[in-house]
Design a protein around this ligand. Sequence first.
Ligand code: PMP
Length: 356
Amino acid sequence: MMQTFWSTMAKRATPYVPGEQLNDQNVLKLNTNENPYPPSPSVIQAIRDAANVDLRRYPSPDLEQLREIIGKTYDLTKDQVFIGNGSDEVLAFSFMAFFEPGKTIRFPEITYSFYPVYAQLFDIPYETIPMKADFTLDIERFYHSEGGVIFPNPNAPTSIAIGIDDIRKILEHNPTRIVIVDEAYVDFSTQSAVSLINKYPNLLIVQTTSKSRSLAGLRVGYALGNEGLIQALIRIKNSINSYTLDRLAIAGAIASFQDWKSTKENINKIIQTRTWVSEKMRDYGFFVLPSETNFIFVTHPDFSAKQLYKLLKQRHVLVRYFNQPPINQYLRISIGTDKEMEQFFNCLSEVMASCH
Ligand code: PMP
């Protein structure tokens, strides 16, 4: 029985279950909010060049150059930037750096399912705050948190964003606690809280290159915030692993931040697709939440979400289904290319017809 050797932390761990990965070229994969467009050719070239130089040497432990260029992108200094191996790692380090066992943190009832996983692993008590009827955040219930606050904006999987004024209110009503705003999808929205960083030392923003920058496979996420917060994250990271990013990831990420234009073009295409896809879903009788992300969250009054998910999967179309109330009547569908979404609608029509 291996388990008798496990530490209490290993026993407490309840791992996150990522979206299904079917390594079949014929699968239309709309379940993990990846970008359907490739990154800029300059990113691929930079990774190739990096592979040709000095892979035998360790990468930079302090990631100065990448921190500098990310800082510049947001009008911040490099000392206001922390980088990790995907924003999941940045979030895990943030839980370690800012939340305490014995002090209850708050996050929305419907949210990124990694938060309860970290809370449980690090023994941090948490309270989940119910959404309002329209799935927006009930702002006032985040005021005066004992241990801190974390929420995505736009939220996942609901796709809905709150405005900067609401974020300001949450910060002002938690002056001595950290408020983490997970902006994984912010480039598809208009609501970034980055402009608040220099005013609120308790604000930490977490972003990623996985969605808008088409680099989910490279694993580069980052946090933006007051220098003191960044120091705490660096301290945690350097107590676990000096080299969280490899040379290829560093080179690719630098090239991506040097080329906003191609990222922006992809974002614009995805937003255009999102608009017609949302309209067409409504024509099909779905209720579609107003999305500010690269996915939509939908429900149909006459069809079981679970059944639609299963029937789509039989036809090699993967969407995300969460088998837990109160969202077990919803599907989360990533926005692909126009062609992919036409293929999706062809399958959806067949599936809906087969249900009657
Ligand atoms: N936050 C949210 C809200 C997400 O949906 C995701 C992606 N699943 C992440 C963070 C993590 O993204 P990554 O680790 O790829 O940067």
